[in-house]
Design a protein around this ligand. Sequence first.
Ligand code: AMP
Ligand code: MG
Length: 267
Amino acid sequence: MKTDQYHVTPGEKVKLSNWNPNDDGGLHKEDAKPLDDKLSDDLFGWQERLFAEGKQSLLIILQARDAAGKDGVVKKVMGDFNPNGLHIANFKVPSAEELPHDFLWRIHAQVPQKGQIGVFNRSHYEDVLVTRVYNLIDDKVASRRLEHIRHFEQLLADSGTRILKFYLHISPEEQKRRLQDRLDNPDKNWKFNPGDLKDREHWDGFTAAYQAAIEATSTDAAPWYVIPANHKWFRDLVISQIILDTLKDMNPQYPAIDYDPKKIVIK
Ligand code: AMP
Ligand code: MG
């Protein structure tokens, strides 16, 4: 499957409305199952090579509005990996311990070590999104932070970490359906947060903040992808394909062995 159309070219002007959240690649959900099964097997295999090699790491950053499917991607896509080589970090409102530090302090502590795949469910991007929409920071601070983010991600890249950044793109109508479902379904009530409605009222403000952040930080070292996310199965397919292509491109190798397996006899 081709995924170039979801990649944000460095330096390109970003308008989220240029991507269709309803895109399903012309596929049907039933077509996706065999593709997804094959991707799952391949992802597992390549992760094992990455782990065995122990020289590079992969960091996957998930950003999205409420109910766009970050948790679903963690469960469905990252569920293909061996948990032993996976490090998942969830970033919430900074705690009393985190707040007195610079905004990257808590982030840097969670980046994957060599051999690992790291997943950020929200990330340092919150510090140029929610904070900007609610005027907790001004434009000058936001633009300095974006510069710090570019340098930080370049540092990680220079240290052997490949970075993939996914914006899960849903429509306001689809978000409404999913939030309503959380109200209607007693098993999902726990997921509903009245604060999400406040963010929803600022839909356009978040769009502007996302566009500015993605535009300023889609680089060769840390590319952004805008993932159509109205269809959960298609969202998972596209993300799985991009991760697989990236792992193959990283081309991790099993380490050389310093013995001849044929000459070893186990008594
Ligand atoms: P959720 O991911 O839905 O459990 O919610 C986490 C909440 O934490 C969201 O409302 C985020 O906007 C918020 N959050 C995460 N990081 C930050 C940050 N650095 N500054 C302010 N709010 C944040
Ligand atoms: Mg939420």
